[in-house]
Design a protein around this ligand. Structure first.
Ligand code: NAP
Length: 333
C-alpha cells in the first residue's frame, strides 16, 4: 500500500512508520525535518510546515497515495489544506483525535456517540486543544457526508509506550520508584485510569484500512482494561523490582494543591468502550496494562534510564516538580 504519514519521526508516527515498513508498505512521511530520528530504510521524506498551506501544497503536489495517516492534525488551519489537496484522490484518510473531545458524562464506559464538548462547555475556550479537535472532527464528518471524503477518526485518551517523548508521564514514575521516592496518590489512589498502548493504536491504524464500515466513523481505541492509580503504581513497582512507598492524598489535600502532582489529566474515572471497533473492523487491544507497562519499562531501561530522562517544565501543564512533591510528602506522608 502507498501511504503518507503526516509526522512520522516521533512517538505514534514513528512507531506506525516502523510497523508499516516491517510489512513492506511504500511509505512517505511529511514533517519539517527538525526532529532527527533513525528511520527504517526506504522511507521517502517530504518537508513542509503544515501551518503554511503554500509550502504544504508545493511538497505534496503531484504525489499519490492510497492512504493517509494524519497524526499531526491539530486544528482546521493545518487540516483543511491537506484534505483539499487529496479530496477525491485517496481511498482512506485516518485522523488522530483524542478522547478529550467528550463532554463530562455520568455514564461509563464512554461510547463514541456520547456528547462532545462545544464552545459553551464551562471552562472551555475556543483556543483549547480539545475544541480544535472537535472542530476538525466536525469538518471531517461534513466532508464525508457531503463529498464522501473517506475519513476514519480514532479517539484515544493518554497514549503511552516506547518512544514516548513526554517523559513526564510513565517514565517519571520509573525514575521516582528507582530513586526510592514516595509516590503521591491523588484521591487516595482510587482514580480509574484508562490508557492506549501505542502499538495497539498502530495495529488499529493498519487493521481498519479497507473496511468500508469505518468510513465516516469515529472509534475509541483504548486498552481493554482500566486500572486504579494505585494499581498503576504497584504494577510499575513490581516490574522495576522495588516496593512503592505511597502517600495518599484525600479530597481535602487535593483541594489544597497549588498545582497538579499526577501527570495525567484529572477528568475523573475514565473508562471507554471499544466494542464499536471490534464490531466494525475486528479490532481488540493485544496488550494488557501489565504487558504494555512491561514493554515500556524494558524499552526505557535499554534506551533512556534515569540518566537520559528529561523533564521539561512548562511544556505540558503538569510539570514534574520533585521539590514540590517532597514538600507534600513531608506534609501528608
Ligand atoms: N500522546 C497522547 O497521550 C495523545 C493522546 C490522545 C491523542 N493524541 C494525538 O496524537 C497526536 C500526537 O502524536 P505524537 O505525540 O506522536 O506526535 P506529535 O508530537 O504531535 O508530532 C510529531 C511529528 O510531527 C512533526 N511536526 C510537528 N510540527 C509540524 C508542523 N508544523 N508541520 C509539519 N510537521 C510537523 C514532527 O516533526 P518536525 O518537528 O520535524 O516537523 C514529528 O514528526 C496528536 O494528534 C494528538 O492529538 C496524543
Amino acid at each position: 500500500m502507498k501511504v503518507l504519514v503526516l509526522g512520522g519521526t516521533r512517538f505514534i508516527g514513528l512507531r506506525l512508520v516502523r510497523h508499516l515498513a516491517s510489512q513492506g508498505h511504500d511509505i512517505t512521511i511529511l514533517n519539517q525535518g527538525t526532529i532527527k530520528t533513525q528511520l527504517p530504510p526506504g522511507i521517502k521524506q517530504l518537508y513542509a510546515n503544515r501551518r503554511d498551506p503554500e509550502t504544504l501544497r508545493r511538497a505534496l503536489r503531484g504525489q499519490e497515495f492510497e492512504a493517509i495517516f494524519d497524526i499531526t492534525g491539530y486544528d482546521l488551519g493545518n487540516l483543511k489544506p491537506v484534505v483539499e489537496l487529496f479530496a477525491g484522490k485517496i481511498a482512506h484518510y485516518v485522523f488522530q483525535s483524542t478522547s478529550a473531545v467528550y463532554a463530562e458524562s455520568n455514564y461509563r464506559p464512554i461510547l463514541e456517540n456520547f456528547p462532545r464538548i462545544n464552545e459553551t462547555t464551562p471552562g472551555k475556550t475556543l483556543a483549547t486543544y480539545e475544541i480544535n479537535k472537535v472542530e476538525c472532527e466536525d469538518y471531517l464528518f461534513r466532508e464525508y457526508h457531503e463529498t464522501k471524503f473517506p475519513v476514519t477518526i480514532l479517539r484515544c485518551p493518554v497514549i503511552y509506550g516506547p518512544d514516548n517523548w513526554m517523559h513526564e508521564r510513565e517514565f517519571s514514575f520509573f525514575v521516582r520508584l528507582l530513586q526510592g521516592r514516595a509516590i503521591l496518590l491523588p484521591d487516595n489512589g482510587t482514580t480509574l485510569l484508562h490508557f492506549t498502548y501505542v502499538d495497539d493504536l498502530v495495529r488499529a491504524y493498519l487493521s481498519l484500512i479497507g473496511h468500508e464500515a469505518t468510513l465516516g466513523q469515529a472509534f475509541n481505541i483504548v486498552g481493554s482494561q482500566a486500572i486504579t492509580s494505585e494499581g498503576y503504581i504497584d504494577t510499575i513497582a513490581e516490574l522495576s523490582g522495588v516496593s512503592a512507598e505511597k502517600v495518599y492524598l484525600d479530597s481535602q489535600a487535593m483541594e489544597n494543591l497549588e498545582r497538579p502532582v499526577f501527570p495525567f489529566p484529572r477528568t475523573g474515572n475514565s473508562f471507554y468502550g471499544i466494542y464499536k471497533a471490534k464490531e466494525s473492523f475486528g479490532f481488540w487491544p493485544a496488550y494488557s496494562v501489565n504487558e504494555g507497562l512491561r514493554q515500556t519499562y524494558d524499552w526505557w531501561q535499554r534506551n533512556l534510564g534515569i540518566a537520559k530522562t528529561r523533564f521539561q517544565p512548562g511544556r505540558l501543564g503538569y510539570d514534574v516538580d520533585l521539590a514540590y512533591e517532597d514538600s507534600l510528602i513531608e506534609r501528608y506522608g
